[in-house]
Design a protein around this ligand. Structure first.
Ligand SMILES: Nc1ncnc2c1ncn2[C@@H]1O[C@H](COP(=O)(O)OP(=O)(O)OP(=O)(O)O)[C@@H](O)[C@H]1O
Ligand SMILES: [Mg+2]
Length: 273
């Protein structure tokens, strides 16, 4: 289905993604983990063509994706919708209009200028919101919703595109644990019920273990682990995070890079008693 072959992205002398190879042969829920700067976002951005690869290829059902331009590239971007940590909604616009933005790729400039949406699209937007448990908020401004609700609006907007793949870049990093759980459960259901592939950059190991069928570990731009959640032992996790004594399951990928020795020792003590 989706095949990523020796995909590389260089920024000057820095190799952000280094010959990453990944095969997804059937719809799956995949978690990508790794410390800050490992190349997780860059990999997702290349798949979606928000960033151009320096080398390597991405094929989807045999079609080369890296060379698409114009309308074909936009069509691909509809097929693999992206969700971000900061939701990227229009805050002052109502929820349902935010969701309808998911159809922008398919609409004429005229229709967009005058904010004209077909009734069937409006009905579908409400249905999707209902499925995500937030239909009652449809007329409210997006900014009036909690973070978890806003992220579900972003998921609804992505679903409006009817994508085959959902790429989520740290979708729960800004959310409290309750909202994080609701959002991860929503993504999981979308995978299971609709058969869509979800590829999700995640901050913490336990989230990857709990919700994903497959976990990919990145370190310094390279994929250093690709396996089942149960194969992700503490030893493997230490290798992915490139940490020795300072590694702790309690620490997030971002925190690991910035821990000082005292904090690291404290976390270590808590994690490995
Ligand atoms: N637009 C850019 N220009 C230059 N360098 C970049 C750019 N985007 C990313 N990089 C570099 O590429 C490397 C990988 O960055 P990336 O954002 O993909 O990491 P990440 O795994 O998503 O990290 P985080 O967990 O902090 O989000 C880093 O060294 C980063 O500084
Ligand atoms: Mg990132």
């Amino acid at each position: 289905m989706l095949r990523i072959d020796k995909l590389t992205k260089r920024f000057g002398a820095n190799t952000a993604v280094d010959a990453a190879t990944l095969d997804v042969d059937k719809p799956a829920m995949i978690g990508i983990i790794g410390r800050s700067g490992a190349g997780k976002s860059t990999l997702l951005r290349m798949i979606n063509r928000l960033a151009d690869a320096t080398e390597g290829s991405i094929t989807f059902e045999g079609r080369e994706v890296t060379t698409l331009t114009g309308a074909a590239k936009r069509a691909w971007q509809s097929e693999c919708a992206m969700i971000f940590q900061q939701f990227n909604l229009v805050p002052r616009l109502d929820v349902v209009s935010n969701v309808l933005h998911g159809t922008l790729n398919k609409r004429s400039t005229f229709a967009t200028m005058f904010n004209l949406y077909p009734t069937e699209d409006i009905h579908r937007a409400i249905e999707i919101l209902d499925r995500l448990g937030i239909a009652e908020h449809a007329p409210k401004r997006a900014e009036a919703l909690s973070g978890g609700q806003q992220q579900r609006v972003a998921i609804a907007r992505a679903l409006m595109q009817d994508p085959r793949i959902i790429l989520a870049d740290e979708p729960i990093a800004s959310l409290d644990p309750m909202n994080a759980q609701t959002v991860m459960e929503a993504l999981r259901r979308i995978h299971e019920e609709d058969g869509r592939t979800v590829i999700c950059n995640l901050h913490t190991l336990d989230t990857a273990r709990r919700y994903c069928d497959r976990v990919v570990g990145m370190r310094d731009g390279r994929i250093v682990f690709d396996g089942l959640p149960e194969q992700l032992t503490t030893g493997v996790a230490r290798e992915i995070y490139g940490a020795d004594a300072s590694f702790s399951e309690a620490a997030t990928s971002t925190e690991i890079g910035t821990l000082d020795r005292a904090e690291a020792a404290e976390l270590e003590a808590k994690a490995f008693v």
